[in-house]
Design a protein around this ligand. Structure first.
Ligand code: FE2
Ligand code: FE2
Length: 315
């Protein structure tokens, strides 16, 4: 190092090791983008905690896990209420604090989900909740936190491996929907690819889970439809990997994804209606109606992503 140099080396720059402080308008834009994600996902996170609570075997050995799941459900319900009652015109400090609080609580939920997955895999906890479904909701929570952290300073904090995407160590974009206009077309292309990979897998798993939990024989028509959706989303996952490899076919992929998701949404809405009006054969199914509603809202969220991306990327 030359001490006489008027320009300090980069590692002496106090800002070098820290992310740049965003301009006030960019800070505000990031907070509003985060709020929009939180309005969807804090409710879904509360429901994840309730599904875990409901899925544990009610013997005394699981009592502590049950209570912890319940505490998460209560905390996340409160966080959801706070989120939907927070106006986009709220002071910047309030929006900032709400985002930080959400990241903190959801990170704790992720830790809890990992603990449950491990306990189920080691047969140290008993539940009707499948370990694979617990891994599914853990990935959704990681993606959600990724969007909130991305809204801060553009930091990409989640790897493909953490989100269950092929290509392991790469950092995922996890870009909140309201920031799509802020990035280059090339980045938006990567965002589209990641979301299609993530949600094709997500919906295939939703359909596969429903197929397993409709009542055998009496609800076979519902089960067969669920299996067809599972297959359709698995095929879309493979098509997405092919488009990523070849760099061609994004228009077709977006269109096919949208059509399949619209059809899946309609199927989930009908299933939910049949469950809540007890018109499904035998009047009930082996899963609560909230599961169908939860999956329907995740499909609607993905449709919103596709509707935003299709006009700019379908070329
Ligand atoms: Fe979910
Ligand atoms: Fe899900």
């Amino acid at each position: 190092m030359d001490d006489r140099s008027p320009i300090p080396p980069r590692w002496l720059d106090p800002h070098f090791l820290q992310p740049p402080v965003p301009e006030p308008s960019i800070l505000r834009e990031g907070l509003l983008a985060a709020l929009e994600e939180m309005r969807v996902w804090t409710r879904l996170m509360a429901e994840h905690a309730k599904f875990i609570r409901m899925g544990l075997d009610p013997n005394r050995a699981q009592e502590e896990l049950f209570r912890e799941a319940d505490r998460f459900a209560v905390r996340l319900d409160a966080l959801y209420d706070q989120t939907i009652h927070t106006s986009p015109h709220a002071p910047t400090d309030a929006l900032y604090a709400l985002r930080e609080q959400t990241i903190h609580v959801v990170n704790e939920l992720i830790r809890f989900k990992r603990e449950i997955i491990q306990a189920l895999e080691d047969c140290k906890a008993l539940a009707i909740l499948p370990a694979v479904l617990c891994a599914h909701v853990r990935r959704e929570a990681d993606r959600f936190v990724g969007t909130l952290e991305r809204s801060k300073t553009g930091l990409r904090t989640k790897t493909y491996a953490v989100l269950g995407l092929p290509d392991g160590n790469r950092r995922a974009e996890t870009l909140p929907r309201l920031l799509y206009g802020r990035v280059t077309p090339a980045t938006l292309h990567t965002v589209a690819m990641e979301e299609i990979l993530f949600f094709s897998r997500t919906h295939a798993e939703h359909a596969g889970h429903l197929a397993l939990t409709f009542r055998p024989e009496v609800q076979d028509a519902y089960r067969r439809e669920a299996l067809a959706f599972e297959k359709a989303f698995e095929e879309l996952l493979h098509l997405a990997m092919e488009v990523e490899r070849s760099g061609q076919g994004m228009r077709k992929l977006l269109t096919e994804s949208r059509k399949a998701t619209e059809a899946f949404c309609a199927y989930l809405s009908k299933t939910l209606r049949d469950l809540t009006t007890c018109r499904i054969p035998t009047g009930q199914a082996n899963f609560p109606p909230l599961i169908a509603d939860h999956m329907r809202r995740e499909a609607l969220y993905y449709l919103d992503i596709l509707h935003r991306l299709e006009p700019v990327l379908a070329t």
